[in-house]
Design a protein around this ligand. Structure first.
Ligand code: FES
Length: 483
């Protein structure tokens, strides 16, 4: 039993560690101390090898040198110095044997390598070296560096990587989702499992990033109305860089809470029909702001947000051009609608779903327009779209490559409409329905026949009220995620 007085801690009886042997002592949260009895003198060290964490009690001691049994790194048993210069030193502790009991002094160890290990993490992220990333995170966590500091570095790296990415292709939304979802999953675990999820999350967003000039706000006291108008204009003209500067100016002038609604409003314009990742990525960015606040996430949100709504759209092909024109013609009447979340309007869900999968974009958009005008609540309509997308996935074999990705996007886009409604408002969500309807139309090649949504596959029904509750139910009923 470990006993503690001031900084000295009793860890074992002297007789517990016979001459020539080693013993591991569990200490605190998942920590292990190694005791070695060398010719009657006791040494104490951290039991995790600084290289990759192998238990050092399984190593060999010769002439005062402890050699790890895995990759052979060797350490001065007394001072902890590693003989390979690029390897971290081993933490050692002063030992006192009193009245047949072994005491060690824990408090004397100071963590002096925080900056060095943060630099190691930064190098690992840049070089995409999973081993370096894992090691740096393990060392930082072990030294009780707050997890938020580690996550902040990963977040900043991702921001810099996205900001310095070249080319017309707007990428980054998937990385943001991996970061957000990886952290969410990680919170379900502790200790070594938590370390693993954090390292996996960090590795999934690693990659080259270049320094870039700092974006500074526009000078003067620019009115919000101007920022709003300029952003919409630059979005229409595909000028991402100018939008980014507008957004930095907005934050500088304390208008940051208006930024996400504005980004969403631009993203659901008819000319963005066919760019499903706009709304998906904005949803991930909104989660980022919710999780980390503006202070830590603004750089990434402004850069990626500007790239999304300021992208070049190219010449639309015939079907997309028709869809853009059709939605544009309906836009004024949609903008005039009064939305209510309390309306109790019966509607024929199966007829609506049938129109969406009917391979006719005119019929599909007219159906969306009609249910909105009838006053069916947005919540109800989003639920229909989520159910429809989930049903289409459920009826597609997992091993059919063609189609599975497209259906995943359908489902994500449908579910993201709730986030769009929360951050962008009712009109954004209503316009988002057209974008979701377009996606179903453009996936017509997958050719899944319509069927009634009210008849559940397998006969069972889940008693849940929204997607979050359903996800929780699935996770809690899956033993493998509860390691
Ligand atoms: S884990 Fe000890 S040398 Fe690699």
């Amino acid at each position: 039993m470990v006993q503690q007085t001031s900084e000295w801690i009793r860890v074992a009886a002297f007789s517990d560690v016979p001459v020539g042997e080693a013993k591991a002592i569990k200490f605190g949260e998942g920590r292990s101390i190694a005791l070695f009895n060398v010719d009657g003198r006791v040494y104490a060290t951290d039991n995790q090898c600084p290289h990759m964490g192998y238990p050092l009690t399984r190593g060999a001691v010769r002439h005062g040198i402890l050699t790890c049994d895995w990759h052979g790194r060797s350490f001065d048993l007394e001072g902890g110095g590693c003989f390979k210069y690029e390897c971290d030193n081993l933490q050692t502790f002063p030992v006192d044997v009193r009245h047949g009991e072994i005491w060690i002094q824990m408090g004397s160890a100071h963590y002096e390598r925080r900056d060095e290990h943060l630099r190691l993490l930064s190098e690992g992220l840049l070089s995409k070296d999973r081993w370096t990333i894992s090691k740096a995170i393990a060392l930082l966590l072990k030294a009780r560096v707050p997890e938020e500091d580690i996550v902040e570095m990963i977040l900043r790296h991702l921001g810099r990587r996205i900001a310095s990415a070249q080319g017309d292709e707007v990428d980054g939304g998937a990385d943001v989702s991996r970061l957000i979802n990886g952290l969410k999953v990680g919170r379900r675990y502790r200790d070594a499992d938590r370390l693993m999820t954090l390292a996996t999350t960090a590795s999934s967003v690693a990659g080259g990033a270049a320094e870039r000039l700092e974006v500074v706000p526009l000078p003067g006291n620019v009115a919000w109305e101007s920022i709003d108008q300029w952003t919409r204009m630059f979005s229409h003209d595909g000028q991402a860089g100018r939008i980014e500067r507008c957004l930095f100016t907005a934050r500088h002038l304390n208008y940051q809470n208006k930024v996400l609604p504005l980004l969403y409003e631009c993203a659901v314009e008819p000319h963005f029909i066919g760019f499903a990742d706009n709304m998906l990525s904005l949803g991930y960015l909104a989660e980022l702001v919710d999780t980390f606040g503006w202070e830590r996430s603004s750089e990434l949100v402004f850069n990626l947000g500007a790239k999304l709504i300021g992208r070049h759209r190219g010449e639309p092909e015939r079907f997309r051009r028709d869809a853009v024109e059709l939605m544009s013609s309906m836009a004024p009447s949609i903008a005039a609608l009064q939305f209510s979340s309390n309306n109790v309007v019966e509607y024929d869900e199966d007829a609506f779903a049938d129109a969406l999968v009917g391979v006719n974009i005119q019929r599909s958009f007219e159906a969306v327009n009609a249910v909105l005008k009838e006053g069916v609540t947005l919540d109800r309509l989003i639920t229909t779209l989520v159910l429809l997308a989930a049903d289409r996935m459920a009826r597609t074999p997992v091993n059919v490559d063609a189609g599975w990705d497209a259906l995943t996007t359908e489902l994500n886009l449908a579910a993201s409409l709730r986030t769009a409604q929360r951050h962008g408002g009712d009109l954004v969500a209503a316009k988002g329905l057209f974008h979701a309807a377009w996606l179903i139309f453009s996936n017509r090649w997958i050719n899944i026949p319509a069927r009634s949504l009210s008849v559940s596959i397998g006969g069972g029904r889940l008693d849940v009220h929204n997607e979050d509750a359903a996800v929780d139910m699935i996770l809690n009923s899956t033993p493998t995620v509860k390691v």
